[in-house]
Design a protein around this ligand. Structure first.
Ligand code: GTP
Ligand code: SPV
Ligand code: MN
Length: 582
């Protein structure tokens, strides 16, 4: 027995009886433990050592080629009532789900080690943080959880103090996609995942706990668990404003969170608090205070370069795990978008041949401790979190959606978030580039009915609240030539500056039915190479196009039936009427 908490020992016993491991290892989170796991995985071939002179303590993991992304069609939210999971989730009755998945867990750890991973999502002493325990038979998962969470002895102590924790059971099983399920039981605060070793399916602290289970718990307790980055913008006067931004998977959170301002911004600095998940709750001052529950980054490799994201690239030359990237002839990690080097082996370990597609898998990832990031903010460790001045929603929209607009008020902002659409990416299996609604970037991650989630968002607007302003951005508008019109990356600073100025009341805007847009003179465009026609495209509202968009948003709101909050429908009707008049 390794814990003072009987409930935890009982659960570990129960799981061991079901899965029948050869050994049980309670993780302490130490460096020695990490190195021993690496050695073990080098022996089994789960990890390959990268060039130690260019990339000390960096390893490559090649996953099973059928297991490279999240699997939304195999991800279930198992509430007693189907309506509580909502049309935004796949649902299974909890009894049936347990029966089905327990049959797959039976005996699945024979010959393997069962690892018990106590972890804390958020600074150990934060009142906003919450803990969990993941049981897994994958050393790769343990190593990644050590980088991504506060894992080990300290987390176990907090769990023993709190007496509660989210129970996550994971096994890679035999990786047969027909025997793969990611099941959530929000009413039991439990997760069961089998048949995949991929990040979002297997590192249960991340999407399964910190978003699906936490969003459900947050609704009960009056806070928000969101798919958002958190950054601080420091101006030359030394004032810092914090922004949280929700973009769907592989739509630019990591890049925005680590932005380096362009030359037109001397004396400005962006501080990184988080790149994927944000937990926030109202403070005594009525503002929303946010923490990043994670301790590392599980970021998209392709496209990461010294030009696009120098902060990310600089932290990837030591102490990192790479999954499904390519390798150069001298064993350096490589992916599309890196200007130097060339791939010798592709992500599957084959000799690189362009006929086989990209060298690195489009959803290949790096895992690295946040402390290695040059823009990492000391405030990321603040147990109280940081106060949020603005919330930014954004999607990948090649047409229609302008560069940026500001919502009129909280209710309109919630509608803007609920109405978000984005083209699908390689972060989940299935077709890429298909436009779908992805409310608040939470379509794959909300652990309950979206209609109730919208109502929960609306409920924050009450007496005494000092809520952030809500904006919408789109870095991905394409021109007639099929290329992105906006340069993006560091130049997104120009949009962030306008966002902050609007919060302070010092920037101008053009009022339109969909919200307030900057005019060209409201943005700092110094040093930007944009034609007047491109600028016009980015800052103009296509009223006919938006009228049809709003008709489609109306159908989407209707798809949740009577649970859709009236306030949202009324806001939708107001904007639709304004568009019709125009
Ligand atoms: P998840 O980790 O899946 O949640 O993704 P994310 O939202 O953190 O996305 P990330 O920042 O990793 O970006 C995904 C892809 O979009 C990368 O290939 C980036 O190079 C690209 N990208 C990010 N920001 C921009 C931008 O401003 N403009 C353009 N054109 N591409 C961008
Ligand atoms: C995402 O898909 O949004 C990710 C990667 O951040 S994963 O953790 O695998 O879900
Ligand atoms: Mn994500």
């Amino acid at each position: 027995m390794a814990s003072k908490l009987e409930a935890l020992n009982r659960w570990v016993d129960e799981v061991a009886r079901l899965t029948q491991p050869d050994r049980i290892h309670w993780c302490d989170g130490s460096e020695a433990e990490y190195q021993a796991l690496v050695e073990l995985m080098l022996d089994t071939g789960d990890l390959i050592e990268l060039n130690p002179s260019t990339h000390p303590n960096c390893y490559l993991h090649r996953s099973n080629p059928s297991d490279v992304a999240r699997v939304e069609h195999l991800t279930f939210v198992c509430t007693q009532e189907a309506d509580d999971a909502g049309p935004n989730n796949h649902w299974m009755a909890p009894d049936e789900a347990h029966r089905k998945i327990d049959a797959l867990f039976a005996g699945c750890m024979k010959g393997r080690t069962l690892y018990v991973i106590p972890y804390c999502m958020g600074p150990i002493d934060s009142p906003i943080a919450r803990c969990g325990v993941e049981i897994t038979d994958s050393p790769y998962v343990v190593a990644n959880m050590r980088i991504m969470t506060r894992m080990g002895v300290k987390a176990l102590e907090r769990i023993e103090r709190d007496g509660t924790f989210v129970r996550g059971l994971h096994s890679t099983g035999d990786l047969d996609p027909a025997k793969r399920f990611i099941m959530h039981f929000p009413e039991e605060r439990a997760i069961k995942s089998i048949g995949s070793g991929y990040g979002g399916n297997a590192l249960l602290g991340k999407k399964c706990h910190a978003l699906r289970i936490a969003s459900h718990q947050a609704r009960q307790e009056g806070w928000l668990a969101e798919h958002m980055l958190i950054l601080g913008i420091e101006n030359p006067q030394g004032e810092t404003h914090y922004v949280a931004a929700a973009f769907p998977s592989a739509c630019g959170k990591t890049n925005l969170a680590m932005l380096i301002p362009p030359k037109a911004y001397p004396g400005w600095k962006i501080w990184t608090i988080g790149d994927d998940i944000c937990w926030m709750q109202p403070g005594p001052d009525g503002r929303l205070w946010a923490i990043n529950p994670e301790a590392g980054f599980f970021g998209v490799a392709p496209g990461t370069s010294a030009k696009t994201n120098p902060n990310a690239l600089a932290m990837l030359d030591r102490d990192a795990i790479f999954t499904n990237v390519a390798e150069t002839a001298d064993n350096q990690p490589w992916w599309e978008g890196l200007p130097d080097g060339k791939p010798a082996k592709d992500w599957q370990g084959r000799d690189y041949d362009p006929a086989n597609g990209p060298a690195a898998h489009p959803n290949s990832r790096f895992t690295v401790s946040a402390r290695q990031c040059a823009s990492w903010s000391p405030r990321a460790e603040d147990p109280q979190g940081v106060p949020i001045s603005a919330i930014v929603f954004g999607g990948r929209r090649e047409s229609l959606v302008p560069l940026v607009f500001e919502s009129r008020d909280w209710t309109h902002g919630v509608l803007v978030g609920a109405a978000m659409g984005s083209e699908t990416t390689a972060a989940a299996t299935g077709a890429v580039g298909v436009l779908r609604r992805d409310s608040m970037a939470m379509k794959p991650f909300c652990g309950y009915n979206f209609a109730d989630y919208f109502a929960h968002w609306l409920s924050f607007d009450k007496a005494g609240a000092k809520l952030p302003k809500i904006f919408h951005v789109n870095w991905f508008r394409k021109g007639a030539d099929g290329k992105f019109v906006w340069p993006g990356f560091g130049d997104n600073m120009r949009v962030l500056e306008w966002v902050i100025e609007r919060c302070k009341g010092t920037a101008g805007a053009n009022e339109t039915p969909i919200g307030n847009l900057p005019r060209a003179q409201d943005l700092n465009l110094a040093g930007l190479d944009l034609s007047p026609a491109d600028l016009e495209l980015l800052l103009t509202v296509d009223r006919d196009g938006w009228a049809s968009e709003y008709a489609s948003i109306g159908e989407y709101l209707d798809s949740f039936g009577a649970r859709t909050p009236d306030a949202l429908r009324q806001e939708h009707a107001r904007t639709s009427a304004a568009l019709a008049q125009a």
